[in-house]
Design a protein. Structure first.
Length: 304
């Protein structure tokens, strides 16, 4: 019985796990993605072989995952992939872009639309600082401001707006000033300008985000302008407040809804009539000595 021949030639060493991983990455490339061959002139293209950075990334991924095929393939270098992966803008990026747009919109709306508005804003700001330094607050401050503006030949008065309760917001009232500027032309009408001395604080919310704090800083502390500009400014600020509360996971209170904020300045209002001018001072009365002198002079003439 013949014995089976035994092959005594040395067996090929088994492939290491790192080498098998490298071969899988190379063989995974499709023919359409394969790199061009070496040029005829003999110069070797640097892109024909994986770079040292690519190999280093593959080795790091292999060692970190303990040889796991799935993790290594997921984080390996994409030198052999055609094209780069595009970055996907998440919700946070979209929200930041929207808030930036609102801030730019508000920046364009806070500026006065005419020279008369700018001059009135300068006068109002100076008077508000003066009366606040004297301790005036709230409605007293508005009445003092209206008196000072009337003394400067402005037709100013305190306005008190009121609105009824609705399904979306409660009832309320708000006090502000209005100034009736003269008509710009003979056929034009008088221009009504609204004045609010505490405009920015009306839009403060709980736990504001960093983006909304930037929006608040752009809002004017003292607003002077027409109704159309105020309407756009309130709409932009109210939307930014809603986005800030939503990001914090807070409920939007009824008194911060856009319709409630518009009602403060755009509802029906009562305009306080200016107080009547003080009566003129009485003429000075003649003194007793002057009256006695007149009597003596009248009877002391020469007799006939």
């Amino acid at each position: 019985m013949r014995a089976a021949q035994i092959d005594l030639s040395p067996a090929a060493p088994p492939k290491s796990r790192l080498k098998r991983l490298f071969e899988r990455q190379v063989l995974r490339v499709t023919p359409a993605e394969r790199l061009p061959s070496v040029p005829v002139g003999g110069e070797k293209d640097d892109l024909s072989e994986p770079s040292s950075v690519c190999l280093d990334g593959m080795v790091r991924s292999f060692l970190e995952d303990g040889g796991g095929e799935r993790g290594a393939a997921a984080r390996c270098c994409n030198c052999f992939q055609a094209g780069d992966a595009s970055d996907d803008d998440g919700p946070a990026s979209a929200e930041a872009a929207a808030t930036s747009d609102v801030a730019e919109t508000i920046k364009g709306l806070v500026h006065c639309a005419s020279l008369r508005e700018r001059n009135l804003l300068a006068d109002v700001s100076t008077l508000v600082e003066r009366h606040r330094a004297a301790g005036a607050r709230k409605l007293d401050l508005l009445r003092l401001l209206a008196d000072s503006l009337r003394a400067a030949d402005h037709d100013a008065a305190v306005c008190l707006s009121r609105w009824e309760k609705s399904p979306s917001h409660p009832a309320g009232e708000h006090a502000y000033l209005d100034v009736l500027l003269p008509a710009a032309s003979e056929r034009g009408e008088r221009e009504r300008v609204l004045v609010d001395v505490d405009f920015r604080s009306a839009f403060e919310v709980a736990r504001p985000t960093k983006a909304y704090r930037a929006v608040l800083q752009r809002l004017p502390s003292v607003f002077v302008g027409r109704e159309d500009r105020l309407r756009l400014l309130v709409a932009a600020a109210a939307d930014a407040a809603r986005a800030s509360l939503k990001k914090r996971g807070l409920h939007l209170p009824p008194w911060r809804k856009p319709e409630y904020m518009r009602a403060k300045w755009l509802s029906t209002y009562d305009r306080e009539a200016p107080p009547p001018p003080p009566p003129p001072p009485p003429p000075p009365e003649a003194s007793t000595g002057e009256l006695a002198g007149d009597g003596e002079g009248g009877g002391g003439g020469p007799s006939a």
